[in-house]
Design a protein around this ligand. Sequence first.
Ligand SMILES: [Zn+2]
Length: 469
Amino acid sequence: MGETMSKRLKLHLGGEAEMEERAFANPFPDYEAATGALLAAGAAEETGCVRPPATTDEPGLPFHQDGKIIHNLIRRIQTKIKDLLQQMEEGLKTADPHDCSAYTGWTGIALLYLQLYRVTCDQTYLLRSLDYVKRTLRNLNGRRVTFLCGDAGPLAVGAVIYHKLRSDCESQECITKLLQLQRAVVCQESDLPDELLYGRAGYLYALLYLNTEIGPGTVCESAIKEVVNAIIESGKTLSREERKTERCPLLYQWHRKQYVGAAHGMAGIYYMLMQPAAKVDQETLTEMVKPSIDYVRHKKFRSGNYPSSLSNETDRLVHWCHGAPGVIHMLMQAYKVFKEEKYLKEAMECSDVIWQRGLLRKGYGICHGTAGNGYSFLSLYRLTQDKKYLYRACKAWLALFTFSPMSWDQRRHGFQHLNLTLRRGIKRLTTSVNRTHPDPILPDLLDPLMGFAGSPAAQPAGGMLSSTS
Ligand SMILES: [Zn+2]
């Protein structure tokens, strides 16, 4: 028994050490404790007792009762954005000139400035965005097809920038080139995967991005349908081969592994198929997508986190690419589409895991950094309007600067150039959260500032997926 106990203890301690290695222990009290402490402090003040000391560097809540972010935090965010842009420009002088991707390269920089233009309406950001995207458009390499890692990224972002500058001819040229990739994408004989980072879902993302940013019909419905069908056919084929048609009618793999997460796995693919703008018919959603989602749901760890692949039993990674921070977006979308409470409940459980284990040591990035994990709080706040999640997002923002590595080199992992967006997401909240028809800040898997427009019937209550334009 002694031996069993010590083994168990060793396992337990090993798990804690592992967590310590991957993430910072979250020093912030959670929302309930923070509001409870404030109430107690208020009562103590009234009765003349001494006020207890604040537990973090932000005494009190970071927002007012109506959800508006407090002035002090807004000022800090604005100052940080300015500082980090300077640092980034400095770092770019020695950046890889050949990396044109949105994921780690120049298109990511263009996208960042495009987002800054969106938030501030300052034309100089748009022109800077144009400079960066022009550079990538001269260097398309034809190797990959997705928004994040392939030519579809520069082409889609270029089309949007030119459209905003009213250079319709150049914009159309980008769209035409993007659609020329389609033939390779839909070919079932090719070894193209279906996942978001390198596969068909990542190409579909670019098509939906254009229709959201430029307007419905920019990419015709039949082109979208063709890509969607290719993804569905591919999922059915693997499911048949693996004899899982009953349990998981749409099964996907990447490099022979059935990944679960947002980047390489089923969560990212199902999320894309559930987008109203992808126009997947109701029967396919109910008969194929839903049971597949439920199959993945049953692989959940007891902690509430998700495995990186169906065969992996180690509860280790809490990243957007692998684990709860990516799967949560699938669950939220499933809740919007199927209107079943279980999806929302499990999304909230994901949020709890991310709160406990999501302040990552890997740095700022979206893919496997604290910013990507912070997005999930913003998204869940957007969906539920529960201030607990706004509180968690604000604290994740503070954690970015309290704990994360600061040097440019240390921040090179994963969506390095998009990591400002969590901060901008919060800033945007300050201006939009109380409108009757709030802007779609958060619903998207990759970028909380962008929501895919969809048919009114498929929209959740409150119109959170209304068009950005
Ligand atoms: Zn990652």
